[in-house]
Design a protein around this ligand. Structure first.
Ligand code: PDD
Length: 285
């Protein structure tokens, strides 16, 4: 039986109920994290907790839980070997619908569940992703991991309708990020270029580990926005995220990247990243 977490209790999925007056439901007044699980272990949990606490702080949501223990218990109780843990915190339930939230704070709604997913043997790593670009029409605080994901969903559906794998969003002619991934390129001069951390992108947890691996491979790194043209002209392109890990991009707006096959350095970054997270015993709880 699938066990989920809701406000301090571990309950069967069907028993986990949330009020229709929850601000997460009415206003997307909620933040979340997606933590990957490999070999039954949570990957980079501490970094996810740090980002969750920052997101909560930016929105003045007061919520405390032993996040790592909750996530680990869900992995164990559900016998999850490979997949993810989803964790969400909303500001909580109000008496009546109102844009303003009451002071002092409502008590938050905290829930989490574990979900199976193939991470390592994902066939996309062998063939690479095909991407189209679309304007980034999200709000201007993309550094906060809120559950306002409608635009990302619309873009995923647009990618599906176009017969490609995903969308990279753009501001003017600069790429911000993927619908649910950070976007990176390796230039012909062998420089890894990745958008700087600011309000226009989510500070990816996988991005941190990816940059560590790239640097230890001797790649030089520039943290700045790159243009669609630069991306099309790059030697390699790839994305990072907790659910896709490191994934090569082989086509942007119908234009092949490099020779149209997954880049060799991207494959090494993926391999090294996986080796690092699998041997990192600090992720064990
Ligand atoms: N998405 N950018 C956006 C907009 C994201 O939604 C995500 C993650 C990332 C990558 O962050 P990380 O490396 O910490 O997973 C970048 C998760 C996986 C999701 O919404 O399912």
């Amino acid at each position: 039986m699938r066990i989920v977490y809701l406000n301090g209790d571990y309950v069967p999925k069907a028993a986990a109920k949330v009020s229709v007056f929850d601000r997460g439901l009415l206003f997307s007044d909620a933040v979340y994290e997606v933590i990957s699980v490999i070999d039954g272990r949570l990957i980079d949990m501490e970094r996810h907790v740090t980002r969750l606490e920052r997101s909560l702080g930016e929105l003045s949501i007061n919520a405390f839980a032993d996040w790592s223990t909750v996530a680990q218990k869900l992995v164990t109780d559900n016998g999850l070997q490979e997949g993810l843990v989803y964790l969400q915190v909303s500001r909580g339930v109000m008496d009546e619908r109102d844009y303003r939230w009451p002071a002092p704070d409502t008590s938050p709604t905290i829930f989490a569940f574990a979900q199976e997913r193939v991470l390592i043997e994902n066939p996309m790593a062998g063939r690479g992703m095909r991407i189209i670009t679309r304007p980034d029409l999200r709000w201007q605080r993309c550094d906060i991991k809120t559950t306002q994901l409608l635009y990302a969903s619309l873009m995923k559906m647009e990618a599906e309708a176009a017969g490609v794998d995903d969308v990279w969003m753009t501001s003017g002619d600069l790429v911000t990020e993927g619908t649910s991934q950070n976007a990176h390129i390796i230039s012909r001069e062998s420089v890894l270029i990745s958008h700087q951390l600011d309000r226009s992108i989510l500070p990816g947890v996988t991005r941190i580990g990816m940059l560590e691996q790239a640097k230890s491979m001797g790649l030089s790194v520039e943290e700045r926005a790159f243009s669609i043209e630069e991306a099309k002209d790059a030697a390699e392109a790839f994305i990072s995220s907790s659910t896709l890990l490191i994934m090569p991009v082989v086509e942007i707006d119908g234009h092949k990247i490099g020779d149209g096959r997954p880049g060799e350095r991207t494959a090494r970054i993926r391999q090294n990243y996986l080796a690092a997270v699998q041997s990192d015993h600090s992720t064990k709880t």
